[in-house]
Ligand binder design. Structure first.
Ligand SMILES: [Zn+2]
Length: 68
């Protein structure tokens, strides 16, 4: 059974259109965080987040400027 956390790992709402964006890259970030790159297949938006190990900490948007 997949938990919500597991599902959220692979999908995150697109910052531009709100559709489910796919996790395309995951790499270590300073402070024990993870840098996750999500790409939206609907509009092409790419959002990059720094995610803390503690799921209660909000994600930090590293890059996610709206598509023109
Ligand atoms: Zn989108």
């Amino acid at each position: 059974m997949r938990s919500f956390q597991h599902r959220d790992y692979f999908f995150h709402p697109c910052g531009a259109c709100g559709a489910a964006a796919n996790l395309t890259r995951n790499s270590p970030a300073p402070g024990g965080r993870e840098r996750r790159t999500y790409e939206c297949r609907r509009c092409g938006q790419v959002d990059v987040y720094d995610v803390a190990a503690d799921s209660a900490v909000p994600w930090i948007v590293v890059d996610g400027s709206p598509v023109a």
